[in-house]
Design a protein around this ligand. Sequence first.
Ligand SMILES: [Mg+2]
Length: 238
Amino acid sequence: MSTKCVHLSQLWPQVKAISFDLDDTLWPIGPVIGRAEQALFDWLRQNFPRIAAGHSIPSLRKHREQTAARHPDLAHDVSALRRRALECLLQEHDIDQTTALEMARLGWQVFYARRNEISWYDDALPLLQRLQTSYRLVATTNGNADLVAIGADHLFEHAVRAGEVGFAKPDAGIWQHVSSLLQLQPHEILHIGDHPEHDVLGAMACGHPAIWLCRARQPWLLPAPAPVTIQSLHQLQL
Ligand SMILES: [Mg+2]
């Protein structure tokens, strides 16, 4: 698999802005969610020991998946879904609706504080700082990272989060939102991300050039032609 440099300005001279996926592109998300779910479970044990006694982190995950299946309207909004799942859990254990709503909000805050304690991949910050001198940068995520809490809001002109826009990648709605925010044509906005369908095919279907970041060095398995692929952000050159 090639680890050659990709010269952005040569390959896409028309590009004026670069859109980045966040989770698993700029930082690994698995350990972050693991710590956040542990913090939420500790909070549940402290505040609702009887409910926590009948649950584990995996069973809460399953409960959330069941909540998601009942609420397809929340599929694009991971924050709302987590709050709703917690609210349902409390109500299923005879907590009244008002208390369940308020406590779900508090539990969510515990989760969300940890969710924004990320550790950057070591190639991410140097690249963003370099790109910032030549390109407008935007974050386009299906997740709910808070760039202000993370201390990264100065790097991006906009943060486009599926939960707020009402569409999740690969839906064209989120890409149209990015183009209209930047007042640029799709071919002027390059998107970089780790997910073959959400990031790469989704962006390309809307006319964006895209780069697949495949840190795990897996082969491209989709029937569509393999996109420009990198294994590390260090491969990107201005
Ligand atoms: Mg990602």
